[in-house]
Design a protein around this ligand. Structure first.
Ligand code: HEM
Ligand code: HEM
Length: 411
């Protein structure tokens, strides 16, 4: 008898068991609400795993020989249609789940199995309700197809007794067949039990943060930060999922970063930079409202390429380093101005003067490894930088640019 390839069998049963688990976890999510943070992460991880396995399975189907259809007529057509429907379900269930979390008002980061960041798909937020509805509906369609599929298998095995089931069972072993079939509902029960455990281990608490079962260290990045009050309302009023949140990551600037400046001086650009500075950054890129930024620059480390101008920098005409060795920029709650772009309105203390100062910056990378690049336009006269005769040709606005890599850590 012709059989499916071992790869096709392995994928068929692994996906079947994972899907059963996934449905049970999925149906528990809503009742768990914000308490099921770790379970949401698991559901998303298993879902993407199913998507990957399904893509492999489709490739296997295209490239590996498989048995011919066992029957024609309407029964054969129905079997074909159910198989096609099952493939559609295996692909669309994870894709709509992914699309749903990508279009949620509150962008919760996903770390697959605590390790691989899952990017958000570039889809309009307005489509969230559609994906949410489709995701829930597909589960029921999948279940109906599964029932038809198993009914077909049982019909072949018990009524027609044509041994069709062996085409999908390695080694034609009865024990293996029973084990595989039993494992499918076992997956469902395991998912349900896991959800139940998550529910009971999450003690009732006043805030969603407190209610969250402590996530393991390696999934901590997936915590999104929403101020407690805002999160609480979201949990009550927003129908979409709101996962609980944790404190924002603390970032360490990596060696090799740069703060530079450039200013026009009578038609040519004077460019330079600061070689010594430190930054304390606490920020969740998805929830910048809780961010706290402080950059401290040792102004005596300023230099420009021209040696004469270089010597002038520490003096009173420019930075007045002796009296004011440090420039300090602080900002809280930057505003997101686009994907990964922010504006922070903060305060700059330079040469003893403190004044409002904005900076713009963008982030690259993902998770806890980011590259930061940004700019600021500094009105030098506000701070009395360049207050002498030799400064008359210098433009009043100094362009500051910065770039550095930062590694985050969940506190
Ligand atoms: C094979 C794949 C999947 C299956 C069978 C599945 C199944 C389910 C089911 C049955 C629910 C409950 C729906 C409801 O009660 O309305 C659910 C909810 C959910 N799923 Fe999936 N899912 C899959 C993949 C994914 C993926 C890949 C993601 C995200 C990356 C995801 C994210 C979610 C979320 C966030 C919810 C909660 C929605 C809510 O409570 O409104 N799912 N899933
Ligand atoms: C206890 C559960 C299950 C049993 C006993 C079972 C049995 C079988 C058998 C015997 C075949 C081969 C049919 C043939 O040779 O014509 C098959 C094929 C297939 N099964 Fe299942 N199955 C089960 C669960 C599932 C689940 C949960 C899914 C997916 C959601 C699924 C998806 C498929 C698909 C798509 C095919 C067609 C393979 C192809 O021709 O590419 N099965 N199944």
């Amino acid at each position: 008898m012709q059989t499916y390839s071992r790869t096709a069998m392995f994928l068929h049963w692994t996906i079947a068991i994972a899907l059963a688990f996934q449905l049970a976890v999925g149906w528990s999510l809503e009742s768990l609400g914000a308490k099921g943070f770790a379970l949401y992460q698991l559901h998303k991880s298993v879902g993407i795993l199913i998507l990957t396995l399904t893509l492999l399975r489709v490739l296997t189907r295209i490239y590996k020989p498989r048995p011919l259809a066992s029957e024609g007529g309407w029964e054969g057509a129905l079997a074909k249609a159910v198989h096609a429907g099952l493939y559609g379900f295996m692909l669309l269930a994870p894709l709509t789940g992914w699309a749903m979390v990508s279009t949620d008002k509150i962008k919760i980061p996903t770390l697959l199995f605590g390790a691989i960041p899952l990017p958000h798909l570039p889809l309009p937020q307005g489509a969230n309700a559609f994906f949410d509805g489709s995701h829930g509906l597909l589960a029921w369609i999948g279940l109906a197809l599964f029932v038809l599929h198993v009914a077909g298998a049982v019909r072949h095995h018990l009524l027609l007794r044509d041994g069709l089931v062996w085409r999908m069972v390695p080694g034609r072993s009865r024990a293996v067949m029973i084990a595989l079939i039993v494992l499918v509902p076992t997956g469902f029960v395991a998912g349900g039990l896991l959800a139940r455990q998550a529910m009971s281990s999450a003690a009732p608490a006043k805030t969603p943060e407190a209610a969250e079962p402590a996530p393991p260290e390696n999934v901590a990045v997936a915590n999104a930060v929403v101020p407690a009050a805002e999160n609480a309302t979201a949990v009550e009023n927003v129908v979409e999922v709101v996962e609980p949140v944790g404190p924002p990551p603390v970032w360490t600037v990596q060696p090799g970063g740069r703060i530079g400046f450039s200013v026009d001086n009578g038609g040519y650009a004077v460019t330079g930079g600061f070689s010594r500075w430190t930054a304390n950054i606490v920020m969740d890129p998805d929830h910048p409202e809780t961010a706290d930024i402080r950059v401290e620059i040792d102004v005596s480390s300023a230099s420009v390429s021209d040696p004469t101008q270089n010597e002038m920098l520490p003096g009173d005409e420019f930075f007045g380093v002796a009296a004011h060795p440090r420039a300090i920029f602080t900002a809280k709650s930057p505003k997101a101005t686009g994907p990964n772009s922010y504006t922070a309105r903060g305060r700059l203390t330079l040469k003893g003067v403190t004044a409002p100062q904005s900076i713009r910056f963008t982030l690259k990378g993902s998770g806890l490894k980011r590259n930061v690049t940004g700019t600021a336009a500094i009105a030098r006269k506000t701070f009395g930088v360049g207050n002498g005769e030799s400064s008359t040709g210098i433009d009043s606005s100094v362009a500051v640019t910065f770039t550095f890599d930062a590694v985050g850590k969940q506190p």
